[in-house]
Design a protein around this ligand. Sequence first.
Ligand SMILES: NC(=O)c1ccc[n+]([C@@H]2O[C@H](COP(=O)([O-])OP(=O)(O)OC[C@H]3O[C@@H](n4cnc5c(N)ncnc54)[C@H](OP(=O)(O)O)[C@@H]3O)[C@@H](O)[C@H]2O)c1
Length: 320
Amino acid sequence: MPQYSFNDIPRVEGVKVAIITGSNEGIGRITTRELVRKGWHVIMACRNEEKAQAAIQAIRAQIGVVDNDNLKLDFIQLDLASYESVRNFVDQFHQRHLPLHLLINNGGVMMPPFGLTKDGEELQFGTNHLGHFLLANLLLDDLKQNVPSRIVVLSSRAHLRHPGIEFVDERRNQPYPDTGIVTYRARAATYGQSKLANMMFCKELAERLGSESKVYCNGIHPGVIKTELFRHLHPGITTRIMSPFMRTVENGSMTTLYVATHPDIETQNIHGAYFVPSKHIPAPYIRPAEVAPNPVVLDKNARERLWELSKRLTGLTNTI
Ligand SMILES: NC(=O)c1ccc[n+]([C@@H]2O[C@H](COP(=O)([O-])OP(=O)(O)OC[C@H]3O[C@@H](n4cnc5c(N)ncnc54)[C@H](OP(=O)(O)O)[C@@H]3O)[C@@H](O)[C@H]2O)c1
């Protein structure tokens, strides 16, 4: 793939609907803006209505066209850390009788202090993986009914370092040790586990859909991007140590946008792949490239175990 920029996002014809989780901030917000600009109807799936409405106003102002009212941009409340909220979101989406062509599993938390979701699961695994597992499964028929359609899973290169999923509930949900650097290591490892789960889910779902499927499910690492994701780290770490290596949020949305909209995905029949922005070339460009994920992602047994665990925890009985 040569250099890629926002100009390469195709303008849509007819009605095309996307759901983007965690789209009031960061990468999700820019992804929303650029899709809406190209004619997509985007449903912003966010936990905080006030923040989502502020983001909608900001996106409208940034696009700044005269017929601004015709921009198709909506909000439906979604808290990924609550199965009840995920189910309510899907019900509300269905009440609108809209087709669905694109689901972007974007929302996430990184390295917060230890906490549990509403359903008693460790916060990072619960929010980043389980909430999205439930959401994608509940929306799968919508995506199948509107092919060609796509799912983009925001993983991270943090998934590469993680050795595997902790399948024992008590150990997975155990509070972090309370001593300085050890706490941070445990928080980081748990984030890595959640992002590994994202990529294992992506690969497993793609395989279950099959290579003939016109629902294209692929994962990405967006780069190291200056966003609020780092809010739980000491500010000095991001501003002094990481800042020179961080990409802008615009740059950070491009790998998602490539996998979400580029014709290559369909013409080359790409399923279950892991994309990264391979070269840090100056804005407004990136160079998306498919690379190898963590070998654990390729382990069918491990993926099936995770699928069964996720089914049990989310209470899903029938999945693909
Ligand atoms: N930034 C990076 O360097 C980087 C690198 C690799 C991967 N990623 C991945 O990229 C994705 C987007 O991250 P970002 O950098 O754009 O971070 P961000 O600016 O912090 O945005 C994260 C979004 O997720 C939302 N969110 C958090 N918990 C949620 C919940 N329980 N329910 C619904 N939404 C929730 C946040 O909502 P609130 O505003 O309400 O908190 C926010 O809108 C994440 O999956 C992250 O793991 C980012």
